[in-house]
Design a protein around this ligand. Structure first.
Ligand SMILES: N[C@@H](CCC(=O)N[C@@H](CS)C(=O)NCC(=O)O)C(=O)O
Length: 231
């Protein structure tokens, strides 16, 4: 409750704190964590352990019937899917815009976001990898992800080479960067893509690693990370 002081004061409800259901290694949660940090928004971190199947608990399925993180709670409002969450945050909190005013650049940001979220990330999802492990072969899991990563990254290098500045679409951080940083991180750390194969993406990744909003969103910095000092 805010307010207080004189007898005539009326208690006013404070805006409720944002809550993010997240998993430390989830690239989709990672995108949202970067946006929350960039916009300077405090939030409560609610871990959902995907490795233990907590995404399928009845409580979590009430929030997102698909059983995926991230989910953002803002008071009575529940938003799932990272793209929807990012657009929600963008419209509600105007500071540090995630979309450039220039229409062509804006379209490019949407395009990069969709390449990552539709043509790369779904192929490495836990449920998909489990399916390949069981129905195809455990040995095929990593080559499968690497194939789709290489295909997507090759397109992204080509697409961005005429537009990138310090960041993906110029010298300011925008939506495209929020999708690229977690995806490049995963490609290097989890799926052993050779850093030298994609020089432009590697250069962007190095630029992100200097920004506090990106550093604090890293998987290792999350409370549920096995390497976190707070977990
Ligand atoms: N389009 C959704 C995809 C969400 C998604 O795939 N989340 C993954 C983690 S990055 C997940 O929860 N996977 C759980 C599973 O595969 O069981 C988004 O962008 O939020």
């Amino acid at each position: 409750m805010a307010g207080g002081g004189g007898d005539g004061d009326v208690a006013v409800d404070e805006p409720s704190k944002l809550k993010l259901y997240s998993y430390w290694r989830s690239s989709c949660s990672h995108r949202v964590r970067i946006a929350l940090n960039l916009k300077g928004l405090c939030y409560d971190y609610v871990p959902v352990n995907l490795a233990k199947g907590e995404q399928y608990s009845p409580e979590f399925l009430k929030l997102n019937p698909l059983g995926y993180v991230p989910v953002l709670i803002d008071g009575d409002i529940i938003v799932s899917d990272s793209f929807a969450i990012l657009m929600y945050l963008e419209e509600k909190f105007v500071q540090c815009p995630l979309l450039p005013r220039d229409l062509e650049k804006r379209a490019l940001n949407y395009q990069v976001a969709n390449i990552v979220s539709c043509n790369i990330q779904p192929f490495q999802n836990l449920a998909v990898l489990k399916y390949i492990e069981e129905k195809v072969s455990p040995d095929q899991k990593i080559p499968w992800v690497q194939y789709h990563l290489r295909r997507g990254f090759t397109a992204l290098e080509e697409l961005l080479k005429g537009h990138a500045g310090r960041y993906a679409t110029g010298d300011e951080v925008y939506l495209a960067d929020l999708f690229l940083a977690p995806q490049i991180y995963g490609a290097i750390k989890r799926f052993n893509i050779d850093r030298t194969e994609f020089p432009l993406l590697l250069r962007l990744y190095e630029a992100y690693s200097e920004l506090p909003a990106f550093q604090n969103a890293m998987p290792e910095s999350q409370p549920d990370s096995p390497s976190s000092s707070t977990s």
